[in-house]
Design a protein around this ligand. Structure first.
Ligand SMILES: O=C(O)CCC(=O)C(=O)O
Ligand SMILES: [Fe+2]
Length: 227
């Protein structure tokens, strides 16, 4: 009788899926005149203005306020101050939230079943999200769980919902890019390289809000059905 041991997850996990989604989204966004490709050799990043109207941004901020609680992506990170923002689980069954989700699915042309539910984030003065990757690091304990429910994260989408009085930029630390929150603007980036390998150059941070508040929504896509 043999005893099964856990296999180490290689860094190129889900490579074929990541490559395929990268290709699909590239084709879709390159054909969209509203999508601006941020010039970088190292990260595939697009920006779209007016993805949500001011009224939609306001409605989403209200939904976030109604449910805001401390972010708990992973409790350890929260308690160590790694991520100090508040997150609201915006109701995935709400028709308005569903409509925005469908619009993002359609924008990217990724199978909607690969999409996680929309997360709302709220940062008050002093709150931040320190530099990190959105892709799961193979070898970590949560990867054992995530590999079986959707696999690696492929694309990140994020929409700014308000103007921040001071601070709160989204910084891509490895490529020296700092983006100021502009309400209604959507960012979409590939967490992998065109070859389908998790891309270390996608390191980014939500910098501390200095004055005012910052509201965003994020929607992540996997490489397989997420549920
Ligand atoms: O707040 C930001 O600008 C970044 C948020 C982020 O990186 C995330 O939610 O994964
Ligand atoms: Fe992130």
């Amino acid at each position: 009788m043999t005893i099964q041991t856990k296999k180490a997850i290689p860094p190129n996990a889900d490579q074929a899926g990541l490559r395929k989604i990268g290709r699909q989204v590239r084709a879709r966004l390159s054909a969209n005149p509203a999508a601006y490709k941020v010039p970088s050799e190292d990260v595939e990043l697009f920006a779209l203005g007016d993805f949500m109207t001011p009224a939609e941004c306001e409605r989403m901020r209200e939904l976030i306020d109604a449910t805001a609680r401390p972010s708990r992506v992973f409790d350890l990170e929260y308690s160590s101050g790694y991520r100090t923002s508040y997150s609201g689980d915006v109701d995935p069954h709400d028709s308005f939230v569903k409509k925005i989700g469908r619009r993002i699915d359609d924008l990217l042309d990724i199978d909607p079943a690969f999409g996680e539910t929309i997360q709302g984030q709220r940062y008050m003065p002093g709150q931040e999200f320190q530099p990190h990757h959105d892709w799961f690091h193979p070898g970590t304990t949560y990867w054992d769980l995530e590999m079986n429910r959707g696999g690696q994260r492929s694309y990140t989408t994020m929409v700014f919902l308000n103007e921040v009085e001071a601070g709160g930029t989204t910084d891509f630390t490895e490529i020296g890019l700092s983006l100021e929150p502009k309400p209604g603007v959507l960012l979409a980036w590939n967490n992998a390289t065109p070859e389908g390998i998790a891309n270390p150059m996608t390191m980014h941070a939500g910098r501390p809000v200095k004055q005012g508040s910052k509201y965003i929504i994020t929607k992540w896509y996997r490489t397989k059905n997420w549920f």
